[in-house]
Ligand binder design. Structure first.
Ligand code: ZN
Ligand code: ZN
Length: 483
């Protein structure tokens, strides 16, 4: 993974530190932090005051009249007024996470939210997927996507609203947690959908909102596409999604034109041998020795075969063979994750892995290894034109300093598949750790807990209004009525 000491943001010419403590954090000027949680940390009296403040703001807006009101002000006022319901939905989803392919209740809740907002809803679709549609005259077709699933992680944030859900995964008990922030994504997309449904005078076209199951593991987008998402429903002209990140602070939005997330392939290799007594290795063909040789050999692919200016990763994440000290087994299993940004590099990596595995086996007089390759997600390529257009809309509302260009990541996201299906896509990043907490981590020489960590904790009251506003103004721009 890259770690450039200083990144120059071409869009805003602001320097962003990429040191260990605060990657992508603006050197200046950070947002004024809202401070601690409005909904979970303040006493009731303070919460009441905050809400009355929102009410007063609404009245002030009404008194000022609509003539000079900008669309962005309208959206942010609406969000402030809806904050109880927005936080309520987030907390409900956060407390009730479900694993990939098991998102039954989550899917039902998203479907209900969309139906209540006036969408025509189809579910189940592609597993527990949800498709909501509003046709509002002639105009572009826009898809907004959120993902429904949580992870087999026991939450350890210590928050009073922490998930206590437990389940069994392959017979092993596990906690379940929205450790990738998909609860933030759902809350953002549902509330963007509610705003757009209740302000149809502001836009024209077709709005399709999808709740996609099974993002983790990369099966959900594929399932929805295979079930005919773009045949049974209008194929969109654009698709937007958002993903949270603890690497930028609340109030800041990140974008990365072009390849933004990696091709992800999972490979299972079984090195085969001939078992026997550990004291008589000459009578055997040792699969563990082959595996050990292969692990080292694989590390020369990126270092010796791939162009140094390309990015690639080959990681052996699991190796299992044998049962006890004095027995040489018949097989040894390896599991690899392989990452790249282009089809050419991907093909090169996969060919080299197969070649090396076979070569090791041949060198050991062993049978050919068994090699299974599974593509989890293809590279996520943000359409350059769409990215530039939406980033400009963001800058117009949030200001240059809050819209930052970020480097590509080697993680995977199956939102990429809608792009592969021919739709211009853009996934932006939403900062979810308050400046206040960022500063505390930085002072301690630490980084905030990453996605998939049991301690990952978005500051949702601060992050959600920004996410909803960003998604909404992007949608309003893309669905702008033609004069
Ligand atoms: Zn994830
Ligand atoms: Zn995710």
């Amino acid at each position: 993974m890259r770690n450039t000491p200083i990144m120059h943001c071409s869009a805003s010419s602001i320097e962003y530190k990429t040191d260990a403590a605060s990657r992508w954090k603006p050197v200046a000027p950070p947002l004024s932090p809202h401070g601690p949680s409005r909904f979970t940390s303040l006493p009731d009296a303070a919460r009441g005051l905050w809400r009355r403040g929102c009410g007063l703001l609404l009245v002030a807006c009404l008194i000022l009249g609509t003539a000079g009101r900008t669309r962005a002000e309208d959206v942010s006022t609406w969000i402030e007024n809806q904050m109880d319901s927005i936080a309520g939905l987030y907390l409900h989803l956060h407390r009730h996470p479900e694993l990939s392919l098991h998102e039954k209740e989550t899917s039902a809740r998203i479907a209900k939210e969309l139906r209540d907002a006036g969408f025509e809803v189809t579910t189940p679709f592609g597993g527990y997927g949800v498709v909501g549609l509003i046709r509002n005259g002639d105009g572009p077709k826009l898809m907004l996507r959120c993902d429904l699933d949580g992870l087999p992680v026991k939450e350890e944030t210590g928050m009073e609203y922490a998930s206590t859900v437990t389940t069994s995964l392959n017979g092993v008990p596990t906690g379940v947690m929205h450790a990738c922030g998909h609860d933030i994504h759902m809350t953002t997309v549902v509330n963007t959908a509610r705003y757009l449904a209740s302000h149809q005078d502001l836009w024209r076209g077709t709005l399709m909102v999808i709740g996609q199951p099974a993002e983790e593991g990369g099966r959900g987008a594929k399932a929805m596409l295979e079930d005919g998402l773009f045949e049974k429903f209008p194929k969109p002209d654009y698709a937007l999604a958002m993903h949270v990140t603890p690497e930028i602070s609340c109030g800041v939005l990140g974008y990365c034109p072009g390849p933004a997330m990696a091709n992800v392939d999972s490979i299972d290799i079984t090195m085969k041998g001939r078992g026997g007594h550990g004291s008589a290795p000459h009578t055997t063909i040792d699969p563990i020795m082959q595996a050990a040789e292969l692990v080292v050999s694989l590390q020369t692919i990126v270092s010796r075969e791939i162009d140094p200016s390309s990015t690639a990763v080959v990681t052996v994440g699991s190796i299992h063979g044998g049962a006890q000290h004095n027995v040489i087994g018949n097989e040894c299993h390896l599991q690899l994750t392989v990452r790249s940004y282009t089809d050419e590099v991907r093909d090169q990596l996969l060919a080299a892995i197969q070649r090396k595995a076979k070569a090791v086996a041949q060198g050991a007089r062993a049978p050919e290894p068994d090699i299974q390759i599974r593509q989890n997600t293809p590279v996520l390529i943000n359409n350059e034109e769409l990215t530039a257009r939406v980033a400009e809309v963001f800058r117009g509302t949030f200001g240059e300093a809050r819209v930052v260009r970020i480097p590509p990541r080697m993680g995977g996201e199956d939102f990429s598949r809608y792009g592969r299906a021919g739709v211009p896509i853009f996934m932006f990043r939403l900062g979810v750790v308050s400046q206040h907490r960022m500063d505390r981590y930085a002072a301690a020489g630490q980084q905030p807990p990453s996605l998939h960590s049991s301690q990952f904790r978005p500051d949702f009251e601060e992050a959600l209004p920004v996410g909803i506003e960003a998604m909404t103004i992007a949608a309003l721009d893309l669905l702008k009525p033609q004069k």
